[in-house]
Structures are given as structure tokens and as C-alpha cells.
Design a protein around this ligand. Sequence first.
Ligand code: KIV
Ligand code: ZN
Length: 536
Amino acid sequence: MSDQVFIFDTTLRDGEQAPGASMTLAEKLKIGKQLAKLNVDIIEAGFPISSPQDAESVRAIASEIQGPVICALARATEMDVKAAGESLSPSDNTRIHTFIATSDIHLDAKFSHPRFGKNLTERRETVIRMAVDAIKQARTYTDNVEFSAEDAGRTELNYLCEMVHAAIEAGATTINLPDTTGYCIPHEYADIFTRVINGVPNSDKAIFSTHCHDDLGLAVANSLAGVLAGARQIECTINGIGERAGNASLEEIVMAIHVRSQKFNLHTGIESKALMESSKMVQVASGFPVPPNKAIVGKNAFSHEAGIHQHGVLKRRDTYEIMRAEDVGQDAEQIRLGRHSGRHGFFSRLEKMRIQIPEPDRDDLYTRFLALADQKKEIFEEDLYNLVNYIDSKDAKPEYVLERMDISVTSGQEPLAEVSISHRRLNKVHTERATGDGPVDALYRAINHAVGTAHELVSYSIRSETEGADAVGIVRVLTASGDRHFYGEAQHTDVLKASAEAYLMSLNRLAAHSNEADNMHFVTDGIRKSFERNPA
Ligand code: KIV
Ligand code: ZN
């Protein structure tokens, strides 16, 4: 038996069947191209008979996407198989996937009309005949035909074996045994494969496939159990989207087979580094965001916040990580700062930001960090700059104070700003004016002239804190001088005033840092000179 597990992606068919997940043709094409980049083996592109749009998107994918086999779904009826065959015609690398229900519950509900038979035995025979006819018809379009015994998970086993035998005899090259309702538990699902593969004499002529739904949260576990019992194709979707609770999630299956390769002794051809990008694309197109704790592609899947974990991971990644974030396309930097972070994680993040904290300030800074983390769920880089700048400027009086600002915006003219700023050390007020692309640009240019320090504006953001015309705007500004960053923040109903104050706050922090650096030079200069006068 081969050691390759084929990945059959059904995001565009079963995934798109999730209520509310329907996608446009352009989105389907984009995802189809991404699936080819991910190197899936088969793309189930749609169910052509279900709507003219589905038929059109299968046709478009068949004509534009190279690499994976392009597959279309069809019930076991003549018109369905014809629609699937015709939609796939632009490609010469195709599969028709035909299905019919085999469980007693489904036979009773779907085939109760007397034309299908008077009793269960007759209905079962009719259904086998329909499957055989559909498979033979599908083979007139392509040599690659898959048959699914819908609700195989709840189908009587002898009948399932009879059906599979007839399907392979008729020309099916892949046999799918779906757990359509997500009812099975892993050892039970594995047992179905073992018994069908061993009990059907021609089973070696087909590849067996899993197709699991997640109603009990067991879709991935069941798919893996099926593979351990001999299946060599897994049907799954990106992010596990699909009918009801969804399908088995592709990314979880692929990484389980990869990370536990010694247990499985199997491999897939998936380019795992493209998993995250694929997940994001499907989130946007389907409108189904994944929760932060989702395995493999969730935002927190590789993040460590607890102090013990951060310390461990910084020392040796495999203490708390069984795979690398980079291998699935997630960011490598995953130390998240929050209430549970320890000193080690906190100071090592500052070091990564090239911020050195003198030993005497460390306790104070860490205490402030914990107090802030108690109020905020997550601490971002801006918050860290703010904390560090506080240490730099805690004893300093502000160097610059905004005494006055006037801004005029006249239509057809560039906005004009005039500011008066007092300089504490010079004991002077500087008044300057400037024009700019917009009022904030004009204001910041005027402030630059009035302050006169060399710096760079790294980022500016404005967010409204409340609603309505008199909403409070919060302005956040980051400036840089050399490799040091200085953060400023202010809020006001007048967003121009908030912009000016936030900017000045960051420039005051920059000035406090420069004064400290000047004082330091003064002291070290004095020591050097005294050594020159009195050499040892
Ligand atoms: O869940 C299911 O049984 C299906 C079949 C069409 C394969 O999606
Ligand atoms: Zn399904």
C-alpha cells in the first residue's frame, strides 16, 4: 500500500455549502489558485447541476487551474453526471464524483416511492443499479471516477460491501465512505474501512477515502483513524468549513500526519507554509473568521503568554512547541505580552526592540507593566514604548508647551497652521507657521519649525473613542531619533488639538532622552578629563 495520502479539498463544494458561506466566481477562482499553490491533489470545484453559477464556476476552474485534478459532484442520475462531465470539459485532468445514499434511514426517506421498490431489499437493489449506471456513464467522460456511499457511517455493513463491490466493478477508481452526519467515533469509523477493505474481493482496485463531518467534533480524529485503517485519500476543507458543524479541517489533518510521521509512516504533498495564507483567504471569502485558539491557523496557535511557557520557549522552543510557526506560514515572533507574562519574556521583548533598560529601573518598569497588563488584555509594542518613555522622562519637566495654535482651512488653498511653543530651557516662545497637504500635516510642519529637533515621524493614528459629531478622538504618534522611538498619546473632542498634544508628548520624551544623554556625556567627559590629568 502506498505511503502517500491524497488530499481531496472540498472547500469550494462542501465548504461552500455551509449556510452563509457562498462565494463569488472571482473568490472561487482565487481560492482554486491558492489550493493549487498549496499542492492539494484534487479540488472538488462544485456541484454543476445544483445551479448555473456552480456549473459556471466548475467550468472556469477547469479551464484556468493547472496541477490538481479538478473534480465535480453529481448525484447518481443521468442529468447530474452529464452536467458534471460537460462542466469539466475544458480540462483533461478531471474526476467525476458521483454519490447515492446507502443507509436504511436515507433509503427510507429518499427512495420511498414505489418506483424504487416495494420493500427495503428491492430499494437497496435499485440503489446499487443507479450507482452502477452513473459510474458507467461517468467513465464515458473520464477514467477517474469516485463513488460515495452517502451516510456510509450508518450503513449496514454487508450491504455497504455489496455496494462497494458493484461500484468498483462498474469502474469507480476511488471509493469514499463518508460519515455524512458526523455520527461515528474513531475506532468505529476505522472498523468500517478495515471490514470493507478486507471483505470486498476487488477492493485493491480502488483507493479508499474518508469524508468526515464535525457534528461531534471528531472529523479530524475520524479521518486519521480511517487512514490508519487503510484509506489513502482524505476529503477535507480549509478551516474545516462545511455543512452544519463543518468538515474535517485540512490544516489539522496535514500537520497531524506531518508532525506524527513516525506513527503514521505516511506523507502528503501539501506545501504547509501556504496554510496560513490559504486560511486567511477562505476566512475572507466565506465570511467565517476562525477563533484565535483554532489549531494551526488560529492567531494564538503558536503564542505563549504564561511566564513559565515564555521562559521555556525562549530557552528551547520544543519545550512547549511541537511544530514551528514558520512551517505553517505563521509569524515566528509569538511571545505575547499580557498579565501572565514573566520578567524574562517582558525584558527579552524589549531587547528584541533594541531597548536597553538600566538595572535600577527594571523593577519599577516591570511593576508598571503588570499594572497595565491588569487593565488591558494584550500589551502591544506601542504600550511598551509608552512604558519605557515614562522611565526616561519620569523626572523631567516638559521641554515644550503648546501655548497657542490656529489652523485655517480655506477651500481651494492649502491649510495653514500657526503655533506658539514655549521652550522651558531657553525660556523663550517660538511662533512658527506652515502650510501642508492637510491640516494635520500643516500643524506638524509648524511644530517641527517651532521645536527644531531632528526626528522622524514614524506613525500617526487616530481612532474615535465615542460616537457622534462630538466624539472623543484618540491620537497616537510615534517618532524616532536614531534607533530610539518615542510614543505620544492624547485625546480630545478637537482632533487637531489631540494631534498637537500627542506629537508634543512624543517630542518631550525625545527631549528628555537627549538631555539625559547630554548629562551622561558631561559626567563621562569629566571622568575622562580627570584621568588624563592624574594618570594611574
Ligand atoms: O457528506 C457527504 O456525504 C457528502 C457526499 C456528497 C460525499 O458530502
Ligand atoms: Zn459532506
